[in-house]
Design a protein around this ligand. Structure first.
Ligand SMILES: *[C@@H]1O[C@H](CO)[C@@H](O)[C@H](O)[C@H]1NC(C)=O
Length: 358
């Protein structure tokens, strides 16, 4: 009887509370998983295990990540899929599919197939010997099989069709491939307008292929003002290190073409719900007026001299790396800081992704 008057809940009731609390995150998540395809903007470490020079699994990369751990993310901390996953009620970091520290149990709520240096175009992934987009799909098909074996057909199919798929790629097709004027490269075969159309065609094929594998909820990401990446500004000798306006114009034009392609695919592929995430304008505001976002520097990156270093050139032996990456828009000469990733991701989640997919 004394127990009835106890200020504490009874044991069975307490147990119920614990069960409900433990189950809550799963019930609250707006999608069952976040699945990622693309390049270094979203690679969580797949390049660590392939033979390419394009890596970032060493200090100072990751110094502001959980445990100060360099994971292979091209950032001082987290990248957009991590923030998006957390905002959707899932885990705070989306693991790389090829990272041996993780297994299908971890990948059931989120997995990343992205590879730094890749592009829509096979010729782009060839430049630095990274994972081409068709191979990312191969890995995804293998993942589907593992997930079905792990969770059973029904639960796995639910996850695969209800998951939110993030696709972020395209910058390298222009900067690493087209404009790098490789011998016999795309510049000798296409005008830039023709190349934009070629890439939009490849993007359409890529999404259609995913659709045929059961993918339904997609966020395709447009290009950022790629002429303002520190590396491009540094090498803009005749433009006094301003943003390369031509590259920004191409990014805007390409985004316009992608927008049309997204509308077309949504009409033609029944049940597809795809949005175009466009961080271009917000990114440009940060670069033009860094102080209104709490930044101090937008022209140079934090790592090393901030002018041209990335990957192995951005390393712990460089004495110039900045002390507080939160003051910088860019972490290395090609990639945003965690703070920038967070601002962009929160904006996309609030304005577009949560309203559309929850
Ligand atoms: C890219 O390479 C894969 C594998 O060789 C091939 O199946 C695909 O058609 C190629 N895509 C283009 C656009 O060349």
């Amino acid at each position: 009887m004394a127990r009835m008057h106890s200020p504490f809940p009874s044991r069975p009731f307490l147990r119920l509370l614990l069960v409900v609390a433990a189950a809550a995150p799963m019930c609250e998540a707006a999608v069952p998983a976040i699945i990622v395809f693309g390049d270094s903007s979203v690679d969580a470490g797949n390049n660590n295990v392939i033979s390419t020079v394009l890596k970032s699994n060493f200090q100072p990369y990751g110094r502001d990540f959980f445990g100060g751990r360099p994971t292979g993310r091209f950032c001082n901390g987290r990248i957009p899929p991590d923030f998006i996953s957390e905002a959707f009620g899932l885990k705070p970091a989306v693991p790389a599919y090829l990272d041996p520290a993780y297994s299908i149990k971890d990948f059931a709520t989120g997995v990343c197939f992205a590879s730094a240096g890749t592009g829509y175009d096979n010729a782009t992934s060839n430049v630095l010997n990274v994972i081409p987009m068709w191979k990312e799909i191969d890995y995804y098909m293998e993942y589907q099989q593992k997930l079905r074996a792990y969770l059973g057909e029904e639960r796995a199919n639910f996850i695969l069709s209800e998951a939110l798929y993030l696709v972020c790629v395209g910058t390298n097709d222009f900067l690493e491939n087209y404009y790098s004027s490789l011998p016999g490269g795309r510049q000798s075969q296409f005008t830039v307008r023709q190349y934009e159309d070629f890439l939009v065609g490849l993007a359409t094929e890529f999404i259609t292929e995913l659709y045929s594998l059961g993918v339904r909820k997609v966020s395709l990401t447009g290009l950022i003002p790629m002429g303002c990446l520190p590396l491009e500004r540094t090498t803009n000798f005749f433009g006094r290190n301003e943003c390369v306006q031509d590259y920004n114009n191409v990014a805007m034009e390409f985004n316009g073409k992608l927008r049309k392609a997204v509308a077309r695919m949504n009409r033609r592929l029944p049940g597809l719900r795809m949005v175009l995430s466009e961080p271009y304008d917000l990114f440009l505001q940060m670069i033009r007026k860094p102080s209104s976002f709490g930044f101090e520097v937008a022209q140079r990156a934090c790592c090393a001299t901030g002018l041209y270093e990335m990957s192995y050139m951005c390393n712990q032996h460089n004495p110039f790396t900045c002390a507080d990456a939160n003051k910088y828009v860019f972490w290395d000469s090609f990639h945003p800081t965690e703070r920038t990733n967070q601002i962009i991701s929160e904006h996309l989640v609030k304005e577009l992704l949560l309203p559309t997919f929850s």
